[in-house]
Design a protein around this ligand. Sequence first.
Ligand code: GDG
Length: 476
Amino acid sequence: MAAADFVVVANRLPVDRVPGPDGEEVWRTSPGGLVAALEPVMQGVNGAWVGWAGQPDLELKPFTSGGLRLIPIPLSEQEIAEYYEGFSNDTIWPLYHDVIAPPQYHREWWDAYVSVNRRFADAAAAAVAQGGTVWVHDYQLQLVPQMVRALRPDVTIGYFHHIPFPTHGLYAQLPWRGQVLRGLLGADVIGFQRATDATNFLNAIRRRLKYDIKASTVTVPSGNGEIDDRGESHRALVKAFPISIDTVPYLELAARPDIQARAVEIRESLGNPKRILLGVDRLDYTKGIGHRVKAYGELLASRALSVEDVTLVQVASPSRERVDAYANLRDEIELAVSRINGDTDTMGHTAIRYLHQGFPREEMVALYLAADVMLVTALRDGMNLVAKEYVATRIDNRGVLVLSEFAGAADELGSAIQVNPHDIEGLKEAIMRAVEMPPREQGKRMRSMRRRVLEHDVNAWSDSFLSALSAARDAR
Ligand code: GDG
């Protein structure tokens, strides 16, 4: 395969292996936001994508799918358990989300993380053309920027972090805190979701590495602490680039008569409640599903709300089920939901229609259209795209977004009803305000949020990151 000018490195390839019409396995582009964001960029250049194909022990040669050049990275069962489920999802994920669940620190998980990061870095370094660009994504690959720089000092490296970066007081727990900072600092541009994430990262560098920082630029000394790094000193720009959604498919789906009809059908099948409240989350302890359910349950118990008038639809899509914290969370949520339903349901109406399932995007949009109130009550969230999707689909400028101040989206969506989900009384008041909000006020708030999301879509996000990256290349 010829060298690529632009290489994306992400944990997952942008395709899934699925059974084809004749029973054979075929590749299908996965519906994720990152693919949508990067596809236009990849089509325009001589690009390649390095990532895991999603199944254990799959040794595949590079191939092309849907016009994209893909470079698969194999992972063994043990590496999936240690690098992915272990270090990524049971160490970094809880630590970076403010230790909502206790992070597990295991030296063998760290060793697996280092060796898998090295495999990704080797593949990227081998694929990229002289003077090309590598864009690394997310917390599973924090060591890759430095590893690529050590191998290929000629390339420009970007890194985007999709989840929060914690305050130094929490970050300092990480036994490998210095190595991870140095890993990230291999990049020329390090992007975060919120300004506070960038500030937290800069503080950690100040405290741990004592590198020179001017405004948001770090001077990373030659070597950056790694023995095989032969590169010179370089500058790393640390900045917030809030991610967004590809609004076009959401606007198209929201305008489709069959999807609007499906939204009406959903309301009918719930017994035509006056208000539908909606939650859509991966079943994850960061999303505050339990807090939302508790507040709503108390409103029903005190008769401030009645199941005749209001239903909460909670889509909790299955996630990371082999990690203990997720299996326990599922039990907790399902116990809470069934208690509330048991106490308050009538034959014709349910308090919470709970769906532990994934749905096609068409159905998600029908749900967004059916929902009078969207509840996003994350305890910590990098951005939260669901909030932006809901806003984008409300083409009639009606509907209310209740949004946690701990989700990155809160920085942009100031016209949402913002909440602290830990404050159950405050959350109950917010839900009541949302349920009772007059249409004029809904319209005013929704219009302002829609303006922001439609203007600042995913293309605006990738354009701004990539122009920072090309400015970094020009300044080398
Ligand atoms: C990470 C960060 C950051 C969910 N269930 C179904 C379904 N979804 C879709 C949603 C949305 C996406 O998955 C979830 O994105 P979020 O942003 O809400 O959350 P994470 O998965 O935690 O994503 C997050 C994001 O990365 C991007 O940087 O915003 O903070 O944690 O698009 O619609 N989609 C379909 N069926 C489902 O059942 N089709």
